[in-house]
Design a protein around this ligand. Structure first.
Ligand code: ADP
Ligand code: MG
Length: 380
């Protein structure tokens, strides 16, 4: 029947598109800050083992009553990183394989997701002493390219972009907004990159160009997404000894603070339209949901972020999602702590919601992938 044919057709298409695709979800707990220690904060997150996270306490009695069912709940991920995990280990576990895949002409993306102050920028960019995923990925990429320099000349191009209020800016040559066109990615500044030091300098300079929210000095860049795209082009000989061009692209994304997405969830569609702060975050979650549900139409065009990631999300791409979480409950009732709440509205409720969302997503993705594997087996 037509239906059966339809299903078969779908299966064949997926066989091409989905082979080897992978979506992994990680959690990283940041260490307690000096300020938090001094305030006598207690740690409300426990990393049980390599994969499990346990929420031990709640911010206050109300939260506890509302989230009672969460007490004692374990959250399972592909890997969880405690507050003493090194940048190198986070890189090796989450991103190293994606770098290898890019060198084989496959696209991939790594996201850091979490509330302001949870450690997203530390994880992605890091510091001079402890460089993060972006820098380690590029360092590793150059090492790998040197190792295989015999099989062709590789050219690496970088673009470092910011999506802020649905405007895309080039962080490497700031000052002018960029217009995105469906098939014209070359409007962006692309640097031909040669060394890790050069890259770190570029990224740090770029990060200083990120938008600072004018009203709250402490919320630097919490509303903007920073996207590093690394494109590797190279030539190889195919089976019949013809020289072919291969291109792989890796996108590394320091997302805007998730507290805004959670807050926006409760607002009306109209107010989201009015203040399109979160359009990109919401659109990203719609795209991921559509991919998980195996929908034909993925709404990439709904935001600038998803337009930029169109060829690096879903399909034959590898995706890693790192959820950054803070260790502390805020101590309510203390004026100083309340001020901190305004700067970084990270509450236990948000964190529990975030973990639940990610866990659900992770579970759905696994079911989806198992189904696809089943389909492939049936077809073979
Ligand atoms: P976000 O980008 O999510 O708002 P940041 O990355 O700026 O958060 O982290 C907030 C603060 O915590 C920064 O001072 C950062 O250096 C520190 N920090 C975050 N994660 C870690 C970590 N794993 N180890 C040490 N310091 C960290
Ligand atoms: Mg940040």
């Amino acid at each position: 029947t037509k239906e059966v044919n339809g299903a078969k057709m779908e299966g064949v298409a997926e066989r091409v598109v989905n082979i080897g695709s992978r979506i992994l979800v990680f959690v990283r707990l940041r260490p307690m800050s000096k300020k938090e220690k001094e305030a006598g904060s207690r740690c409300c997150v426990r990393i049980v083992n390599k994969k499990e996270v346990y929420l031990t306490e709640f911010a206050n009695e109300n939260d506890y009553l509302r989230l009672k069912r969460l007490r004692g709940r374990h959250f399972t991920f592909d890997a969880s990183f405690s507050d003493s995990t090194s940048q190198q280990e986070v890189y090796s576990t989450t991103t190293a394989e994606l770098v290898e895949a890019v060198l084989q002409g496959r696209n991939g993306s790594v996201f850091c997701y979490g509330a302001t102050g949870a450690g997203k920028t530390y994880t992605m960019l890091g510091t001079m002493e402890n460089p993060g995923v972006m820098v380690l990925a590029i360092k590793d990429l150059f090492t790998k390219i040197r190792q295989r320099s015999c099989d062709g000349n590789h050219v690496v191009h970088l673009s470092y972009l910011e999506v802020y209020n649905e405007t895309v800016r080039d962080l490497l040559s700031p000052g002018r907004p960029l217009v995105l066109r469906e098939d014209k990615q070359q409007v962006l500044t692309q640097y031909r990159a040669y060394s890790t030091d050069e890259v770190m300098a570029l990224l740090q300079r770029g990060n200083q160009n990120r938008t600072t929210e004018p009203t709250r000095a402490n919320e630097t860049s919490s509303r903007s997404h920073a996207i590093l795209q690394v494109v590797v082009e190279y030539r190889v000989k195919d089976a019949s000894m013809n020289i072919v061009n291969r291109v792989g692209k890796l996108s590394l994304i320091d997302l805007a603070g998730s507290e805004r997405a959670l807050a926006t969830d409760q607002r009306t569609v109209r107010s989201i339209e009015g203040a399109n702060i979160n359009r990109s975050l919401l659109a990203l979650s719609s795209c991921i949901n559509a991919l998980v549900e195996g929908k034909k139409h993925i709404p990439y065009r709904n935001s600038k972020l998803t337009q930029l990631l169109k060829d690096s999300l879903g399909g034959a791409c590898n995706t890693a999602m790192i959820a950054n979480i803070s260790p502390c409950n805020l101590s309510f009732g203390q004026p100083e702590a309340n001020e901190e709440l305004h700067q970084a509205p990270e509450s236990e409720t948000d964190q529990a919601k975030l973990l639940l969302e990610l866990q659900k997503e992770n579970r759905e993705l696994r079911v989806q992938m198992a189904r696809q594997q089943q389909k492939l087996l049936t077809l073979q």
